[in-house]
Design a protein around this ligand. Structure first.
Ligand SMILES: Cc1cc2nc3c(=O)[nH]c(=O)nc-3n(C[C@H](O)[C@H](O)[C@H](O)COP(=O)(O)O)c2cc1C
Length: 159
């Protein structure tokens, strides 16, 4: 028996990120908190993604993505990209680096990545990503997952 697992998990320290994905024709982006560095050399990040997301189809078809760090004043962006909406890329400024996946120009910093491996993990898939380029875009402090409350609705998702 595990009581209050949602509030316990929320105390694991995570940032909040916008993951940019694309294939040749379509681009999308979604909010993610389950992102971590997993290697120094080569530089690797792991992203945990729900395979039911539209973004997962684009990721699997191209194996490229960006990880964009949100600042502490960008809760509204975490909310915006945390919803499924066919028009959510509009009215935001995007740029590209080596892979061509969308980079959110207003983020603190970005990592441009190629996926090298997928591993099933319960109701998510872990994408291990090699960082091929990265840069700081703005100064500021990162937004923390705990500051987003139940924005992701996760409190209802545990058995
Ligand atoms: C704060 C926050 C954190 C989230 N973290 C993740 C995550 O780590 N992995 C994931 O697959 N979805 C995560 N989500 C959910 C997706 O952002 C959400 O389901 C989104 O609608 C998926 O976009 P898509 O349907 O356009 O692909 C998170 C949402 C929020 C608001």
């Amino acid at each position: 028996m595990i009581e209050n697992i949602d509030s316990l998990f929320k105390q694991l320290t995570h940032g909040v990120y916008v993951i940019g994905v694309s294939n040749n024709e379509r681009q999308n982006a979604f909010t993610a908190a389950w992102v971590m560095q997993v290697s120094h050399a080569p530089p690797l990040l792991a992203i945990s993604i729900n395979p039911a997301h539209y973004s997962y189809q684009l990721l699997k078809s191209s194996n490229i993505c960006t990880v964009n760090i949100l600042a502490d004043h960008q809760f509204h962006l975490a909310e915006h990209f945390g919803q499924s909406n066919p028009n959510k890329m509009s009215n935001h400024q995007w740029q590209q680096d080596q892979t061509g996946a969308p980079i959110l120009s207003s983020s603190l910093a970005y990592f441009d990545c190629k996926v090298i491996n997928y591993t099933e993990a319960g109701d998510h898939v872990i994408a291990v990503c090699r960082v091929v380029s990265a840069a700081q875009l703005c100064k500021g402090k990162p937004l923390l997952y705990t500051q987003t409350g139940d924005l992701d609705g996760s409190s209802t998702l545990y058995d």
